[in-house]
Design a protein around this ligand. Structure first.
Ligand code: DGL
Length: 220
């Protein structure tokens, strides 16, 4: 059984891909909707929540964990790996590899929660596979509350305003690839794609699910 967790519903983007790749596998999902958002909190609080989330999944008998949360992956992954013996995969390295493979002009954007961008983890991971990449990062603190409140979809004017606000700099930057560094962000992808035409969007949850299945050799 594979356990998947996130601060809320964003990690379902990873769960969907995991289910597509391993339809017979038993999956358990924990979304911490009582305490979302994580990305505006301190590293200490995020780590405490992440340890509790993972402990809950372990208590259910999982034999691997997918951390379907950019914020936890960038902030608390080493602590989780130290504490629990099962394989634990986060979203950072898989997304960084996917972005490095996708870019043609070497200009990669990274959007994520404030904690994620503060950590610099995506930047380090991309540079480790693509040292010459030019990186432009932006935190988007309103995106998670918007998605959790159902403000999604191409016709949602509030979501569109927030996207226009946060993506303004990236739209001028010449990036050809954008890492959606938070698993909630694919729900805003229709608007993001319209504002950044021709830019490849990297879905971190999907990339991490692919990496976990490859690691466990459980393709079905
Ligand atoms: N889906 C989480 C992430 O990938 C959202 C974090 C939050 O709750 O702010 O970062």
């Amino acid at each position: 059984m594979i356990g998947v967790f996130d601060s809320g519903l964003g990690g379902l983007t990873a769960l969907k891909e995991l289910h597509r790749l391993t339809p017979g596998e038993e999956l358990i999902y924990f979304g911490d909707t009582g305490r979302v958002p994580y990305g505006t909190k301190s590293a200490g609080i995020i780590t405490k929540f992440a340890l509790q989330d993972a402990a809950f999944l372990i208590s259910q008998g999982v034999d691997a964990i997918l951390v379907a949360c950019g914020t936890v992956s960038t902030t608390a992954l080493p602590v989780l790996r130290d504490r629990f013996a099962v394989p634990i995969i986060g979203v950072v390295e898989p997304a960084a590899r996917a972005a490095a493979a996708a870019t043609e002009n070497g200009r990669i954007g990274i959007i994520g929660t404030t904690a994620t961008i503060r950590s610099g983890a995506f930047e380090r991971a991309v540079r480790s596979v693509s040292p010459d990449a030019e990186l432009i990062s932006q935190d988007c603190p309103l995106f998670v509350p918007l998605v959790e409140s159902g403000f999604v979809g191409r016709d949602c004017s509030i979501a569109r305003l927030a996207c226009e606000h946060y993506l303004a700099r990236l739209r001028q930057s010449g990036i050809d690839t954008l890492i959606l560094g938070c698993t909630h962000y694919p729900l805003l992808a229709p608007i993001i794609a319209e504002l950044l035409p021709g830019v490849r969007l990297i879905n971190t949850g999907e990339a991490a699910a692919d990496a976990l299945v490859a690691l466990l050799g459980r393709f079905q």
